[in-house]
Design a protein around this ligand. Structure first.
Ligand SMILES: [Mg+2]
Length: 187
């Protein structure tokens, strides 16, 4: 794969960028987590593209409409914009688990699609999320992985590269000089 392509940070949405309220349907439910805006601006200034990759199975399960899902997603994008963050991409998978969709995390479909759309080098990129399925998706795509705000008990199963309890820790990890060098080649 080499060094061609730009590095990105792939961002889970619910429980990572915003409060996880479970199948959000109303834009008023969107609350950015502490430190998100500052952290994303710092990551962007390090040269990373920023791309949301979110499972929204509430649509496929018939619990929320595609319009509701879209409105919430748009609200996340505009709250970030209000904090000075311009995303490079924002994907979500509407399918329920029974569809075996290639875009539903832990499958890496959304990351691969974004890589194609935006010219991203996956082996120089990071996936950050609060669930093991985020870590698995990142690993399957060949990215570095960060489990966000999680209990250590579940770590043995997926072995993320790093566990961060807040956004300051995420930025410190990604911007560490050693990490930057290592991120040159994931595999
Ligand atoms: Mg999540």
């Amino acid at each position: 794969m080499g060094r061609a392509g730009r590095p990105a940070v792939f961002l889970d949405r619910d429980g990572t960028l915003i409060d996880d309220v479970g199948y959000p349907r109303d834009p008023d439910q969107v609350r950015l987590l502490p430190g998100v805006g500052t952290a994303l601006i710092q990551l962007q200034s390090l040269g990373f593209l920023l791309v949301i990759v979110s499972n929204q199975s509430g649509v496929g399960r018939g619990m929320i409409t595609p319009e509701e899902a879209r409105a919430v997603h748009e609200q996340v994008i505009s709250e970030l914009a209000a904090n000075g963050v311009q995303l490079d991409g924002a994907y979500y998978c509407p399918h329920s688990p029974d569809n075996n969709s290639p875009c539903r995390k832990p499958e890496p479909g959304m990351l691969r699609q974004a890589a194609e759309d935006l010219g991203i080098n996956l082996s120089r990129s990071f996936m950050i999320g609060d669930k093991l399925s985020d870590v698995e998706a990142g690993k399957q795509a060949g990215c570095w992985t960060i489990l966000f705000g999680h209990s250590p008990s579940s770590l043995a199963k997926v072995a993320p590269d790093y566990v961060a309890t807040d956004w300051d820790a995420v930025v410190a990890y990604i911007s560490a000089p050693a990490r930057e060098l290592a991120a040159g080649e994931r595999r």
